[in-house]
Design a protein around this ligand. Sequence first.
Ligand SMILES: C[S@@+](CC[C@H](N)C(=O)[O-])C[C@H]1O[C@@H](n2cnc3c(N)ncnc32)[C@H](O)[C@@H]1O
Length: 280
Amino acid sequence: MTTEDSGAVVDQRETPTVAVRCMSSHPTRAAYAADLAQTLGLPLVEDADGPYPLLLIVTDDRLELLQSGSPEGPTFCEFADGAFGYRRSQPLRRELLARAVGFKGKALHVIDMTAGLGRDAAVLALLGCRVTAIERHPVVFALLEDGLRRARESDAAGSLAERLTLVRADACDYVDALPTNALPDVIYLDPMFPERTQSALAKKEMRLLSLLLGGEEDADRLLDAALRTGCHRVVVKRPLHAPRLLTPLVRVPPIEFRGRSARFDAYFTGTNAQGGGPLS
Ligand SMILES: C[S@@+](CC[C@H](N)C(=O)[O-])C[C@H]1O[C@@H](n2cnc3c(N)ncnc32)[C@H](O)[C@@H]1O
């Protein structure tokens, strides 16, 4: 695993939403919590009684995001156990995501412009793809880095972690700066969308992400930037019945891969854009 971090703090000038709290008695974890608070420009609090709707909790072994006063458990990045562990045991090549990115056994290089909690990036890495996962929010990025650190240390997910590179940046800036000879096989994006899926777990995670990220919505900008690179295949995840993203750069309609709650729209550029694009 490698990480690139252009370094920035959380912008909380208007309404402070997040504070860091250490719930471990280990001095190394307390030092990590203090460092994290300083790096992210967040307050370090002793208890959960403050005015912060979200707490970034440092436990003995991981970093968690928790909604203050909510009965729901924490959210964290997990690539080895839990729901992701179950997913690992399934035949991944049949995953809709694998088909949408055109995976046929050959390892692809995929840029994931919207890493979030890294689940899609991890599925692609599990398939054997080399994934550059970009996330711009410092708190989400910290959760990702923590998940990957644990993955790297585990027997089950060590090789997955080797294929993932995390980059903290605005993904539009990142792909704008890509030289043409460094284009990936696929650019993937999964922009925020309200009430995206029926899954209770995803709902909780998405609710927390929405609280953290506010109403940010730059889906069209992300797709424009991805298509402008000239990358052959650009794949967009959408809720099943959501409208397609609009962009003047698309000359042929995307090919849709439809699942039970999500849909992947695959856009083809270059020569395939004239001929309708490959159907797999
Ligand atoms: C819906 S989540 C992605 C979930 C992810 N696919 C997963 O499997 O966990 C969208 C993420 O994209 C990030 N994001 C949105 N616009 C971005 C941009 N321009 N550059 C980098 N990250 C961005 C948000 O901060 C958020 O974490």
